[in-house]
Design a protein around this ligand. Structure first.
Ligand code: MEV
Length: 333
């Protein structure tokens, strides 16, 4: 059995616009998804997942279409989780040249599902790493990132950037612009996260931005404006200027709101953070619900979020410089 883990992330800048080739800066955070994989004697896949904000489910299935998962949670929720795992399994099988390999898979995640913290990317990245290692193949993080990106593309109907998967595979702060993905230096970033307990539908939100961008020139200009803002943000990051980073995060949230991907609870948390004196605050990830990220070296934002109606959880998140890694490897091959 092999257990691999990969981190979640927040977007300092650039979600959504990154889908159209603009730069983005996601940062890995110390919340991890752990995936344990054990090879089976047959070609079936058995998945056991807890703490995915799915009430936990166990499902046994094979590739045959009449073999529906036997579970007691809504099928769409199960499908959402399973599709990423399925795509990761396909990538692991292909990378190892073992198209019929079967696995028992156990997933534990500290990252709430669909909340903008990169849960699906972390599960996909850790799953590909553990799956290939279990089949005796060790892939470099860049290849795991590429395979995880292809898995996300498949699940999200061709609508995904490389940002989430690259960041989860390599850790740290990264810059992604189209196919160009690289690590960047970052000062100590005092992230505070507010979580409304909900989730957004990434596919639907990305499609909504695409439709707006096609219909209105000003929406296309807004997407391009996010790209300009990210380029300014990179200079602020290089200079270690937290005040300017915060100001640009505020701008970024405003532009995302104009694109229709914020929500009442995300806005409430952003304003609570700003009122508490955060240097800046914005939604993170696809939006629609889930998490905001604020920059505040003091305790004030975390405390204010705790008392904000609609905020279920508030916590500090440290930058995680480790990407995908093996947690435990037993030689059972
Ligand atoms: C989702 O975490 C981030 C988006 O930019 C989509 C993507 O980059 O694939 C909304």
């Amino acid at each position: 059995m092999v257990v691999s883990s990969a981190p979640g992330k927040v977007y300092l800048f650039g979600e959504h616009a990154v889908v159209y080739g603009e730069p983005a800066v996601p940062c890995a955070i110390e919340l991890r998804a752990r995936v344990a994989v054990e090879a089976r004697d047959d070609d079936r896949i058995r998945v056991h997942a807890e703490d995915l904000s799915l009430n936990g489910f166990t499902v046994e299935y094979s590739d045959e279409s009449d073999d529906a998962p036997d579970v007691d949670v809504s099928e769409s929720l199960v499908r959402a989780g399973i599709e990423y795992i399925d795509a990761a399994v396909e990538q692991a099988r292909e990378a190892a040249g073992r198209p019929d390999a079967g696995f028992d898979i156990t997933i534990e995640s500290e990252i709430p599902l669909g909340a903008g913290l990169g849960s699906s990317a972390a599960v996909t990245v850790a799953g590909i790493d553990a799956g290939t290692r279990e089949l005796g193949v060790e892939l470099p993080p860049e290849e795991i990132a590429d395979r995880a990106y292809r898995a996300e593309l498949e699940v999200q109907d061709g609508e995904a950037s490389r940002a989430d998967t690259f960041c989860s595979a390599t850790g740290g702060a990264v810059r992604v612009e189209g196919d160009d993905c690289r690590a960047i230096d970052a000062p100590d970033l005092p992230f505070v996260i507010g979580f409304d307990g909900g989730a957004g539908d990434t596919g639907r939100l990305v499609a909504g931005v695409r439709a707006l961008r096609e219909e209105y020139d000003f929406a296309a200009d807004t997407v391009a404006g996010i790209g300009d803002l990210v380029r300014s943000g990179e200079d602020a990051l290089a200079a270690g200027d937290l005040d300017e980073l915060g100001e640009l995060m505020d701008f970024n949230h405003g532009l995302l709101e104009a694109l229709g991907v914020s929500s009442r609870s995300l806005d409430a948390m952003v304003w609570a953070a700003r009122d508490a004196g955060a240097l800046g605050a914005k939604l993170t990830g696809a939006g629609g619900g889930g998490c905001i990220v604020a920059l505040d070296p003091t305790d004030r934002t975390e405390t204010a979020l705790t008392f904000t109606p609609g905020c279920e959880d508030a916590f500090r998140a440290e930058l995680d410089t480790d990407g995908v890694r093996v947690e435990d490897e037993e030689d059972v091959r």
